[in-house]
Write a protein that binds this ligand. Sequence first.
Ligand code: GLU
Length: 445
Amino acid sequence: MVRVRYAPSPTGLLHIGNARTAIFNYLFARHHGGKFIIRIEDTDVERNVEGGEKSQLDNLSWLGIDWDESPDKGGPYGPYRQLERLDLYKKYADMLLEKGLAYKEYRDDSENYGIRFKVPKKKTYEFDDLVRGKLTFQSEEVEDWIIVKDNGIPTYNFAVVIDDHFMKITHVLRGEEHITNTPKQIMVYEAFGWDVPLFGHMTLIVNEEKKKLSKRDKNIVQFISQYKDLGYLPEALLNFITLLGWSPPINEEILSKEELIKLFDSNRLTKAPSMFDKDKLTFINHTYIKKMSEEEFLEFVRPFLENAGIKKEEDWLLKFSSMLQDRCSYGAQIVDLYNEFFKKEFKLTEEALDFLKQDEFTLLIETLKKNLSKSDFSLEKISEAIKKSGQEAEKKGKNLYMPVRIATTGLLHGPELAKMIYLLGKETVIKRIDKILEILEGKKI
Ligand code: GLU
């Protein structure tokens, strides 16, 4: 049975790169009907941050990932936090001391000692990486290395082997930066005579300049919680991240979690660095947003509107959000769109003014004012008033809708006209029309 794990160090927020490791392991496990385990690698005590573990797990859950064994869920091979397994590491380090495969190293005049692994001489280490194929290392490239520090805490390369062995891990899928650690880990497996799992090292994620994504790179939002706060959808993010270093065997990139589980196989992990393409993420998120029902979309953007202090009636909100749904690539954008269409001062652009001047529109705008003033300002009546004004003033097509749009919104283009007029409200619209009439009558430019 396939057993894989995601083994984060609780040193900070869940990063895109770590999320990818977790997602690939998760999809691999589910694809093969295996188990997905979460183990917390907290032996680098100074780097642990408070809340780091919780942030990892909460953000994975948000992405739609679930797991079978973990510190919070327990399981048959726990505990699942390394600092709770120190006795086990000690026992196996002592065993290596006894066998003469490791040695003690005292520091200064202290009684405590570290334990160093004795690297075999003139040995070749070889493994068949699921992504990169055959990789070979010589033991001469590796110095004797510390497996347990003098404070009794094991180093990563030692603890990881003990844990992967006792947790019966079959496949280790992790970031490329661990390739050079792999020979050290194989040495430990061999020292105990244990089976070595299969390794697969995933490609680097690079930025648009082809440089390794660094946490300091300000151009790219890199933490899952930040995407959540901006109004990215978990399904879209999961979809996008899966395409960083893996490609589907079909000609379709918008894939649900269920489809990804079905399609995910390790043969299609890519060797070449994978570029973090922001536009692609925007496109995928936009695609998922467009698929939501109008009601779902309103619920999705409501917290952003509330946070921005935008308070309106339900009916207004639903018409407003549904009108802008197609224009939103992420949730927080709804506030920008609100500001653009409903908060900005009413002002004609040069182009809009030119359009109004190219023909005689005064009669049309006057008629529009008359008809809108009379109407009860329902969406239906607004549409009727526009049409009727066109008939009365003998304008149609572009010569009807463009001046009406300009007179009510100040813009040449924008969302659905009748809805915009409805959402702006009668008072505002009439005031705007009056202003336009003044301009057309040459009183004010
Ligand atoms: N704790 C290690 C990391 O966060 C895990 C590496 C591994 O999967 O072996 O990089």
